[in-house]
Write a protein that binds this ligand. Structure first.
Ligand SMILES: *[C@@H]1O[C@H](CO)[C@@H](O)[C@H](O)[C@H]1NC(C)=O
Ligand SMILES: *[C@@H]1O[C@H](CO)[C@@H](O)[C@H](O)[C@H]1NC(C)=O
Ligand SMILES: *[C@@H]1O[C@H](CO)[C@@H](O)[C@H](O)[C@H]1NC(C)=O
Ligand SMILES: *[C@@H]1O[C@H](CO)[C@@H](O)[C@H](O)[C@H]1NC(C)=O
Ligand SMILES: *[C@@H]1O[C@H](CO)[C@@H](O)[C@H](O)[C@H]1NC(C)=O
Ligand SMILES: *[C@@H]1O[C@H](CO)[C@@H](O)[C@H](O)[C@H]1NC(C)=O
Ligand SMILES: *[C@@H]1O[C@H](CO)[C@@H](O)[C@H](O)[C@H]1NC(C)=O
Length: 466
């Protein structure tokens, strides 16, 4: 009798499970693999964001290597602007060295932390190395010191972020391969799992291949490198502010060009309504609650394109993920705002209508596009993204918006993701000769080599003069 009463008072079990399952999309992602390795360190330490990093001195991940293959060093200069963890210690590789991570199968972020400082008597500018991850080549004859010296505004350290899918019964193997008569190094390695089918979505999700008449199938045999991740119209977001994958998001202002950079409407108290199609882990609410629009003046908007320019490595395909969320209260129905999306001067979307794509005000949505950046005369080329109103169906407003943007490089058919080192810097010209925004607009850029890199989680555009 008492058993019967207890069961009767409990809510039906199937309802309870159902409610839990359907609300998962409101929660941040909880990684199934999370490894933080502080290379060269002998004890476990916390980074300023409060995360705990394992020292790698007796690391089970490095057990397969002979002791003479590597040594550990502390940075000789300890600049207070550089985080102690993971940057103040390094593992230096004298010969091939493999870290083996026994992770679950599925896609992973692999983040590498580099502080090209001096380590004892080692000349870091002489360090050139390659890096492979399972069957992919991530870096080739890579110089961290040339990379960091090309970053503007100047920084001392940077990170590189890749996405690798680990197959069933496979481990994740990272192999550092010093160039002939050189050495390799790394300060930190971070591995974070990613939800399945989140970035690479496979055969049942054909993507628009801009400028091609066929679709592009981005399956999980392709590895990616993050080249830009922007909170468009908003502020920088640190790894702690992300929804579970420790991604960093940056302001978009330095990539804007053209006669107007639009405006960033102030939208206090906006509530983002995540859906099963666009769950909370897609991007933080701070990405979707800020935006850049063309502006309130229709005549002005009809006369310009809202334009961003991104220097990228030539000879690769790129995935662009555009994040949208219409949060201005007067925009609530279909055909109020319709716009064109151009990628590299080609039409990627003819009639983007955010409310139609998302299903309503406050509901986020993202759209993916693939574009090829062919090899050219220079190893870096500009990738253009432009928005313009489409008034064909007589929408209420002549406007266009963007809330967030991610750009990833895709490996070539032979599994390579590595680009070239930036040119060594020579003395910059006097300040009055610096190219102005006007020069950029009018295309007087031939003498300027533009270089990009991901820095300390932040992405910088750089002008080196050669
Ligand atoms: C560091 O932390 C790892 C778990 O994250 C643990 O296995 C290891 O024993 C710790 N090492 C030290 C020296 O405390
Ligand atoms: C290091 O790895 C590279 C690439 O796999 C290989 O070509 C080279 O022979 C290796 N060097 C040694 C000493 O094993
Ligand atoms: C890779 O994608 C295929 C479908 O295209 C899927 O069956 C497989 O489980 C995926 N593998 C991993 C490790 O995610
Ligand atoms: C490595 O890169 C440097 C600078 O970019 C270059 O001078 C050198 O020739 C390259 N070495 C190889 C083996 O490609
Ligand atoms: C796009 O067009 C502009 C001129 O409108 C040109 O300067 C630029 O090089 C073009 N970009 C690409 C990638 O073709
Ligand atoms: C916007 O960009 C497209 C594609 O590059 C170009 O055809 C069009 O002329 C541009 N419109 C304006 C107003 O600049
Ligand atoms: C990436 O490399 C793998 C081989 O390692 C290949 O199967 C895949 O097709 C490549 N991806 C692209 C987009 O070429």
């Amino acid at each position: 009798m008492s058993i019967f009463i207890t069961l009767y008072l409990l809510p039906p079990l199937h309802l309870f499970l159902y409610a839990t399952a359907t609300e998962d999309y409101l929660l941040p992602y909880s990684p199934t693999d999370l490894i933080l390795l502080n290379c060269g360190a002998s004890s476990n330490l916390s980074s300023p964001d409060g995360r705990s990093w394992d020292g790698d001195s007796q690391s089970k991940f490095a057990a397969s290597n002979p002791p003479e293959a590597s040594s550990v060093f502390e940075a000789s200069t300890q600049d207070p602007s550089v985080d102690q963890v993971p940057y103040m210690t390094a593992r230096i590789f004298h010969s091939n060295f493999t870290y083996t991570f026994p992770v679950l199968s599925g896609p992973k972020f692999v983040r590498l932390y580099f502080y090209p400082s001096s380590y004892s008597n080692l000349d870091i500018s002489k360090s050139y190395f390659s890096l492979s991850a399972n069957t992919y080549q991530l870096l080739k004859n890579f110089s961290a010191s040339l990379t960091v010296s090309a970053i503007r505004p100047p920084v001392d350290y940077f990170t590189k972020e890749f996405i690798i899918t680990v197959w069933d019964n496979q481990k994740l193997e990272l192999t550092f391969i010093p160039s002939p008569a050189s050495f390799a190094f790394v300060n930190g390695i971070e591995i974070v799992s990613i939800p399945d089918s989140f970035y690479a979505r496979g055969d049942d999700n054909p993507l628009t291949y801009v400028g091609n008449d066929h679709f592009f199938y981005l399956g999980n045999t392709t590895a990616l490198e993050t080249v830009y991740r922007l909170n468009v119209g908003g502020q920088d977001i640190s790894s702690k502010g992300d929804t579970g994958m420790y991604r960093t998001w940056h302001q978009d202002s330095e990539y804007l060009t053209g006669q107007s950079t639009g405006n960033t409407p102030y939208l206090p108290g906006v509530k983002i309504k995540y859906t099963t199609k666009t769950p909370a882990y897609s991007a933080p609410g701070t990405v979707y609650s800020t935006m850049r629009s063309m502006g309130p003046e229709p005549r002005l908007n009809m006369n310009y394109n809202l334009t961003w320019i991104f220097p990228v490595d030539a000879g690769f395909n790129y995935l662009l993920r555009l994040h949208f969320c219409e949060t201005r209260k007067e925009f609530k129905s279909v055909n109020q705002q319709v716009f064109l999306i151009f990628i590299n001067n080609q039409t990627a979307e003819y009639d983007a209508d955010v409310i139609q794509m998302s299903g309503g005000n406050g509901i986020p949505v993202y759209k993916d596009y693939i574009v090829r950046v062919p090899p050219g005369s220079q190893s870096k080329q500009d990738l253009w993204l432009e928005l313009h109103p489409n008034m064909e169906r007589k929408p209420t407003y002549a406007d266009a918006i963007l809330n967030g943007l991610e750009i990833f490089k895709l490996n070539t058919t032979d599994g390579n993701l590595a680009g070239f080192n930036p040119e060594p810097r020579v003395a910059p010209p006097p300040a009055e000769q610096l190219p102005s925004l006007q020069d950029r607009r009018t295309g007087k850029r031939s003498s300027i080599l533009t270089v990009i890199a991901i820095i300390g989680g932040s992405i910088g555009a750089v002008f080196a003069y050669g």
